[in-house]
Design a protein around this ligand. Structure first.
Ligand SMILES: N=C(N)NC/C=C/[C@H]1O[C@@H](n2cnc3c(N)ncnc32)[C@H](O)[C@@H]1O
Length: 419
């Protein structure tokens, strides 16, 4: 039902942009912090249809603020950009700790780090950032002889962690401090800073920021940070079963044609990355490639705002290119020069982990042949408002191999994680 102009104006709402936004496709508006936008419709919770100086397009709803127009500073007490209440609330329950402790690949990798460095850990001072139930700190006390381990945990789990330390007779070696690593005070600097901070797609949750701040404040010069380095790995892949389940399903359910729902399915199921995807090695269409590498000694908090990477894949076998799958690897250098490095690889050729892998589905699958190339860039854009979130923007070009050079097409897509 078409509304008349003035009615339409009446149903519009004015919002203020919380921060700058650069549209990544022609149907998205770009705007600056403080711009006043007229929201005409809210077709989904993520993207609204809005107008700015006569131009209409999609805007990310999370950037829209209805604070009293003109109020410059968003009141963080209303909406904490770090969502710490919810975040640390979740970690105050056992569910996530049970999941992480049950992840053998993850937990045994950290145990191996302590075990293989046990001699060098003698008389060392250690900080375990975000210790959770304290498993890494307990490994240090159980397998080595550090002079002190400061186990820092912001959630209410910390009081139980203290009990676990005492229960196992390590209260002389492990000191549990409840609080955010950014705010607590240690009595001294440490020789080793260890943390298990990696989120989905390596960076989600952005706990890594806390690790960098603690490194700069509490790790002595020449100290060791574990993990020492991290890499985000991508591969172009098939995702037949996921595509069949979410998209092909609408072709002929019960002998009926439901294909008009496919645009909705694409919007609802393929707009965000799919966490906890398990990719089989045979789904990989090319050799994986590290698109982003982080050196934990030199990485700066500012670098986290926008990280860029490039990729170039040579398709090794013909198939359907449904999207990209991502995972990460972290390395723990030895405390002694020349000692063995321990690696935790969360990819399809290593043991399963609770992170599994992350699947980025293209809007439309593309058939590719062996010899084709898929090259492009990835940009991880940290969300300026919701500080634990980011957007992953992919640009790719598919070039036919020499015998079918005309099969060349380009694409781009932005995936919010999550806001
Ligand atoms: N690996 C992932 N994704 N999460 C694993 C681990 C997260 C644990 O670290 C704690 N944590 C996170 N950030 C901080 C901080 N800044 N200060 C103190 N404790 C913190 C959380 O409460 C969890 O117990």
């Amino acid at each position: 039902n078409m509304q008349t102009e003035d009615e339409d104006e009446a149903s519009c709402e004015e919002y203020v942009a919380r921060s700058d936004f650069t549209g990544s496709s022609t149907d998205q508006l770009s705007f600056s912090r403080g711009d006043r936008l007229l929201v005409h419709a809210k077709p989904s919770s993520e993207w609204w249809w809005a107008e700015l100086q006569g131009v209409i397009g999609y805007v990310p709803a999370s950037y829209m603020s209805q604070d009293a127009a003109g109020e410059e500073e968003e009141d963080p007490s209303i909406e904490d950009p770090w969502q710490d209440e919810e975040y640390f609330g979740n970690y105050g329950t056992l569910r996530l700790h049970l999941e992480m402790l049950s992840d053998k690949s993850r937990t045994e990798a950290y145990r191996q780090v302590i075990l293989s460095n046990s001699a060098s850990l003698s008389s060392k001072r250690v900080m375990d950032l975000g210790c959770g139930t304290g498993i890494i700190s307990l490994f240090c006390a159980q397998l080595a002889r550090p002079s002190m381990v400061y186990a820092v945990e912001a959630s209410s789990m910390a009081e139980y962690t203290r009990q676990l330390v005492k229960q196992n007779g390590y209260d002389e070696v492990v000191t549990v401090l409840q609080g955010r690593a950014e705010e607590i005070e240690l009595p001294e600097q440490v020789d080793v800073l260890v943390s298990e901070w990696m989120g989905n797609c390596l960076l989600f949750e952005f706990m890594v920021e806390s690790v960098l701040l603690a490194r700069d404040r509490w790790l002595r010069d020449g100290g060791t940070i574990w993990p020492s380095s991290a890499a985000l790995t991508f591969v172009p892949c098939q995702a037949d079963s996921y595509y069949a389940e979410k998209m092909a399903f609408w072709e002929r359910p019960y002998g009926l044609d439901f294909t008009p729902l496919q645009p909705l399915a694409q919007q609802e199921f393929f707009t965000k990355p799919k966490f906890s995807h398990i990719i089989e090695p045979c789904d990989c269409l090319a050799a994986p490639c590290d698109v982003i590498s982080l050196d934990m000694y030199t990485l700066q908090v500012g670098d986290l705002e926008e990280m860029k990477g490039q990729f170039h894949f040579c398709v090794e076998k013909s198939g359907v290119f449904h999207g990209f799958t991502a995972w990460f690897t972290v390395c723990f250098e030895s405390l002694e020069a020349g000692g063995a490095t321990v690696e935790l690889n969360t990819g399809p050729n290593s043991g399963p982990t609770h992170w599994k892998q992350t699947l980025f589905m293209l809007d439309r699958p593309v058939s590719v042949c062996a010899g084709d190339s898929i090259s492009g860039t990835i940009v991880l854009q940290r969300n300026p408002v919701w500080r634990r979130h980011m957007t992953v923007t992919l640009h790719w070009t598919i070039k036919g191999s020499t015998d079918n050079p005309d099969n060349s097409q380009a694409g781009t897509k932005s995936f919010p994680m999550w806001r």
